[in-house]
Design a protein around this ligand. Sequence first.
Ligand code: EPZ
Length: 441
Amino acid sequence: MDRLLTENTDQEVIVLEKFIINGGNRLTGEVEISGAKNAAVAIIPAVILADEPCTLENVPSINDVAIDLRILRELGAEIKFVNKSTITIDPRPIRDMPVPYELARSMRASYYFLATLLSRFKHAQVPMPGGCDLGDRPMDQHLKCFRSLGAKCSIEHGIVDIRADFLFGTQIYFDKVSVGATINAMLAAVKAEGLTILENAAKEPHIVDLANFLNSMGADIMGAGTDVIKIKGVNRLHGAEYSIIPDQIEAGTFMIAVAATKGDALIKNVIPKHLEPITSKLRKIGVVVMEYDDSIRVIGQGKYDRITVKTMPHPGFPTDMQPQLTALLTLAKGTSIITEGIWDNRFRYADELRRMGADISVDGKVAVIEGVDHLTGAPVKATDLRAGAALIIAGLSTEGTTEIEDIYHIERGYDNMDGKLRAMGADIVKRTVSENIRQAI
Ligand code: EPZ
């Protein structure tokens, strides 16, 4: 949402972007999945650790990546686009300076600049991050890692300031499985003196992708993808060329969209193993999923069965697929129960689905979904990234028109989602609406 001053300065115009969906079309044909958002937003800041340029391929064209690149440019990096999804970043001109406040607070992953600037300059000043409102999102495990490695941390005026004379390897046990803290710990330890052992580490595919990228630069990391990661500090990291893994959550989102529209489509550029937690649940409710080397075919049919699911750290059912699954289950047979095992408040979108006729009751971290015969199109608002995806799925599977506002949430993490859906037969358009608001005083 942008505020623009018209030439007539006593008026302010709000520019809203909306998705308009006329639902009911089956999704067919094929779609190519982009690079993984949650890998890209860790790998791009990691380039700061290299003493030569790096070239990254399969970079998704999403707003969070755009913010990451703007931060790097502000710090002094030189960035060249080889093509739409391939970028070369030269980190050598980067200076030790604070990360701009508004850029840092516009996303969650800005906190990876803490570890990379600390590792390079033994000092980092990064404003507290923003990101999806999923309830309480503390950073205690991140700060615990930095302190364990020898840094002093303070938070003043909304800015996290960490500094160290030097960083030394240590043993870190995570009190909670945390993707972000595991990534920040790897980034801070990769050039520390000696061995760092991370225990109770997160095991998501993007953790493994970052470790593979760092090792391609000369790091010495073992065990990524398990709950014990060992990092032997090295003196330098050289440049590298690296291709980011396909986005497990984007692929899962399209799987559910095809199932919700009773479609039949091929989802390409995926790693089927990364999708196993999603595939097993979809098969259990009656969706046909056929796996190939780097693609999967999804066939939707009839009414789906009810299911009980709890979101868990990988390899459990991913929390980032929870809203999308809920949208699908609103039309299943019987009563489904979804327990959110990671976030305090990730059902805020339930009210928006109720506007479309869904029968969902939420009690804290548990949602009970009574399947209904049909939903109806309605004006709704995306409350966060994956909630927005869930509303798109609900709109696609519903006769009638659904208008989705606040789609900037969706565009933070999905690369050309409306274009990809249109190519599969969906009737979805993006509309920019400028609304004159009250006379500026
Ligand atoms: C990452 O967030 C993802 N974001 C989230 O995806 C995802 O939902 C989450 O991991 C879980 O998979 C990015 O990768 C940019 P956590 P992150 O640290 O790292 C608690 C999306 O839709 N915790 O794994 O912030 C925390 O409150 C986004 O793409 C602490 O208590 O999540 C939560 O309950 C939304 N202290 C749990 O751990 C800490 O210091 C897991 O959080 C850190 C986390």
